[in-house]
Ligand binder design. Structure first.
Ligand SMILES: [Zn+2]
Length: 290
């Protein structure tokens, strides 16, 4: 079986190490193992080769980059830089020739390199720059914007530069800012606080829009999602409840829209129905009217 160790230094761009173990040869274990993202790695002995596949069981389309190291046999074939569709068929990513069946034992003990999974499909995304988003909370509610676009505290990296933080009390309803399909839900974390050690501990809902961009609603309450993966949502639908999970100094909603690119997801600027990009200023309150 394949044992996958998570190397989550770069958020939203999960790097997984492939460590191949001898265990699978005992016949007691399935020859696949769950990666993050509900992706499985499978291998099969086909004719004179050991063939490795990725299977995506999630609703999130994923862009796959494979980097093999020098321990990979020289005559192997590698397939990289492709989209693994949501709920799609399995895709071959590595074919290693084996001269005799006993060679597989040795091969399965080695570490061949890394598979990177990125959210979304960078090959077909076409952001609709004119789209007017709904504020991500209930009608008639207003909340203070505590960190805006390019906020110096944490909105300073490509994947968060155009994020917005609204101070929302724990338990207040978070609503879809745009219609789409829920492609990821995480709500099992009880941990959060003002320390980078809580990175990756946030609960969140991710919605895929029809133009291929992805909206992230982050820091939700423990078990605070009201939607399921695969569900279609309309603008204004309640997605869940605000919280303080993950790296967060106070209860708030971190809202960001990302465009998948070949170099990883990047956040993109957007506007709301009631407020233009220029009107969004830190320290002001914003009311959803529509
Ligand atoms: Zn934020």
């Amino acid at each position: 079986m394949l044992l996958i160790q998570k190397d989550s230094i770069v958020p939203m761009r999960n790097t997984q190490n492939l460590l191949l173990l001898l265990l699978c040869l005992s016949g007691m274990m399935p020859n696949s193992f769950l990666l993050g993202q509900k992706v499985e790695v499978e291998h099969e002995l086909e004719a004179d080769s050991l063939v490795f596949y990725l299977v995506n069981y999630s609703y999130m389309p994923l862009y796959i980059t494979v980097n093999v190291n020098d321990r990979t046999p020289a005559d192997s074939r590698m397939y990289s830089d492709f989209v693994l569709p949501a709920k799609g068929e399995r895709a071959k990513f590595l074919v290693v020739p084996v001269l005799q069946p006993s060679d597989t034992a040795e091969l399965l003990q080695g570490s061949f390199g890394k598979v990177q999974l990125q959210h979304g499909d960078p090959l077909t995304v076409k952001p609709d720059g004119g789209f007017q988003y709904g504020l991500p909370f209930q009608r008639k509610k207003s909340y203070k914007l505590i960190q805006g676009f390019k906020g110096s505290f944490t909105h300073n990296k490509p994947n968060s530069m155009f994020a917005l933080d609204f101070a929302m009390p724990i338990g207040d309803e978070v609503c879809a800012a745009r219609a789409g399909r829920v492609v990821k839900v995480k709500e099992d974390s009880k941990e959060g606080g003002p320390s980078a050690k809580y990175k990756g501990k946030d609960n969140h809902v991710v919605v895929l829009h029809e133009d291929g961009t992805l909206a992230y609603y982050v820091h939700l309450q423990y078990e605070g999602a009201l939607v399921e993966e695969g569900q279609e949502v309309a603008l204004g639908d309640v997605l869940g409840f605000a919280g303080n999970t993950g790296y967060s100094t106070r209860p708030h909603l971190h809202f960001v829209v990302r465009k998948p690119t070949l170099e990883g997801p990047v956040s993109i600027p957007f506007r709301f129905q009631e407020y233009s990009y220029q009107q969004l200023k830190e320290g002001r309150r914003y009311r959803r009217r529509r």
